[in-house]
Design a protein around this ligand. Structure first.
Ligand code: CP
Length: 310
């Protein structure tokens, strides 16, 4: 790997100061889109998705197009030479010769980092298995900042599949570095937050947290409720998935006990865990999250390509 190239594999690759700068830049892009319309003219992004995606891939592509750049890539590894036995490292090595920056999703944990060994362009982890999803986190942080006006002194409930939920792992990691956070982990016993996050991140930053399997007993205390899907693709056993998939369904009745200014988030896609009736509640912010994700990806692309605007 070239040490002069800055990539993003894990949200810890960015300091809090850098994250805050990205948030300010994203807000500036949001307010002045014309200023950035040609910022990436003659630059090319590759989106290499070895695992399905709607939001992340299209959001990266929209981000680069809105910066005046170009995009190539694949949305399905079955149409790539992976099918002929090419390794991911070789694929990334080849594509690195064709583009200026790569966004990559892969079902194996750590694949983007491993594949980056021979690459001379920045690589962005667009989700690696049940591990990390740092650019989702960037969009989540902007959403929280916009909706609450702060990134401190918040009680945040994380609900659903906390074991395999990569969006949760990255967001917990990021928020742990801000002041006054208090976490509530809501999951069935089989899908609890991993020990490595409890022992490493939460203890290291002295974050107060509790674990429960009942959303009803904690919803009234939350400033943010971050719902997630039980992910069929991460289960080895169909019976376990079927047993757990509808464990939590957030509906208007449960929300009667929540704060009036609760912010309801979800990385999407949703399956059953938020009833459609909640979509019209002013506290539902999960579709706004998608827009924030695009602006943060624009800011990140500019940063990793060292493009500064006056
Ligand atoms: N939030 C998210 O990663 O969605 P996609 O899987 O559709 O990219």
């Amino acid at each position: 790997m070239n040490d002069n190239i800055r990539s993003l594999f894990d949200i810890s690759d960015l300091s809090v100061e850098e994250i805050n700068q990205l948030i300010s830049l994203a807000e500036n892009i949001m307010e002045n889109p014309d200023k950035y319309r040609n910022a990436c003219a003659n630059k090319r992004l590759a989106t290499l998705f070895f695992e399905p995606s709607t939001r992340t891939r299209l959001s990266f592509e929209a981000a680069m197009l809105d910066l005046g750049g170009n995009v190539i890539g694949f949305a399905d590894a079955s149409s790539s030479s992976t099918q002929k036995g090419e390794t991911v490292t070789d694929t990334i090595h080849v594509v690195g010769n064709l583009v200026d920056i790569i966004a990559m999703r892969h079902p194996k944990e750590g694949a983007p980092l491993a594949a980056a060994r021979k690459t001379v362009v920045p690589i962005i982890n667009a989700g690696d298995g049940g591990h990390n999803h740092p650019t989702q986190t960037l969009g989540d942080l902007l959403t929280i900042e916009k909706e609450t006006g702060r990134l401190e002194n918040l009680t945040i409930g994380f609900c659903g599949d906390l074991t395999f939920g990569r969006t949760i792992h990255s967001l917990v990691n990021a928020l742990s570095r801000y002041k006054g956070m208090n976490f509530v982990f809501i999951s069935p016993d089989e899908l609890k937050i991993p020990d490595y996050l409890k022992e490493g991140t939460l203890k290291k930053h002295k974050i107060p947290y509790m674990e429960t399997n009942r959303i009803e007993s904690v919803i009234m205390n939350l400033d943010i409720l971050y719902m997630t899907r039980v992910q069929k693709e991460r289960f080895f056993n169909e019976a376990d998935y079927l047993r757990l998939r509808d464990y939590y369904i957030l509906n208007l009745k449960k929300l009667e006990f929540a704060k009036k200014d609760l912010v309801i988030m979800h990385p999407l896609p949703r399956v059953n865990e938020i009833a459609v009736e909640v979509d019209d509640d002013p506290r539902a912010k999960y579709f706004d999250q998608v827009k924030c994700g695009k602006y943060m990806r624009m800011a990140l692309i500019l940063k990793l390509l060292n493009i500064e605007m006056d």
